[in-house]
Design a protein around this ligand. Sequence first.
Ligand code: KPL
Length: 297
Amino acid sequence: MAAHWHVLGAGAIGCLFATALARSGCTATLLLRERCGKSSRSVLVQRDGAITEVHTPVSATGDSGPITHLLVTTKAYDVRGAVGAVAHRLNSDTRLLLLVNGMGLIEELHNDFPNLDIYNSTTTEGAYRIAPLHICHAGTGLTRIGKPGQTRPALWFDQWSRAMSSCVWDANIDSALWLKLAINCAINPLTAVHGCRNGDLARRPELAMEVCRLCDEIAAISRAAGYMSTAAGLEQAVTDVIAGTANNRSSMLQDVQNRHRTEIDYITGYLLAVARRHGIEAPHNKSLFERVHKLEP
Ligand code: KPL
């Protein structure tokens, strides 16, 4: 039987996955903070100029009724509070799938909810929000899902591989998450403090040099933490992402420009915590970490 997914975080990625799961035969309910007086809302998904309307069940976080499968796509700093808001609906059978930026949240969730069965994921699907519950699916990408130490896909994974055009079970999900974290550490804070698009990090020589310095530090921390392939291929991976997303404003730059809190604590903050554990100095990353915090409201 197809699983019933509840989705916490009705932003671009939450709406994208909720509608994809619904179209593949699952029930996917969007969890909203406030009661809206309706049992479903229409979610608009724009793709190549065409708009698809998907009638999606909604439920307020404060409602009752058990949640068996929970997808969390909030901002990193909202995860604990958001999961806390539905804690009364979770039980020891609940599977929680985390799809957020940064690292360190699994540990925090295990502390808060020791009985939860938690999975992790990362995606390169491109989506952005046009208006509330109206998103643009800008580009397809690869979604990796896994749980450290679990080589066989979870029973519910089958449905995900049908829902998304490209979705794999990754027994080394931590390595995939670390690589994404390393790339984000090299790009996001720098674009946020300089107020520039990703492509400027390659176009402006002084920023390109700073990217190299950041990559050197991140590679050293990666090696110490045992992520050898990230250490070896980081500079090339960062160059490729900068070229592939040259016209993008990074998520951290958008947060700064919108006067929102950023995810720096879960990106560079996590990297610096790992560096400290291994006795590594990372002055360039540390300075950016502090500068981004000063830009936050
Ligand atoms: O993941 C990103 C982000 O902005 O958070 C990158 C890859 C840097 C693309 O902008």
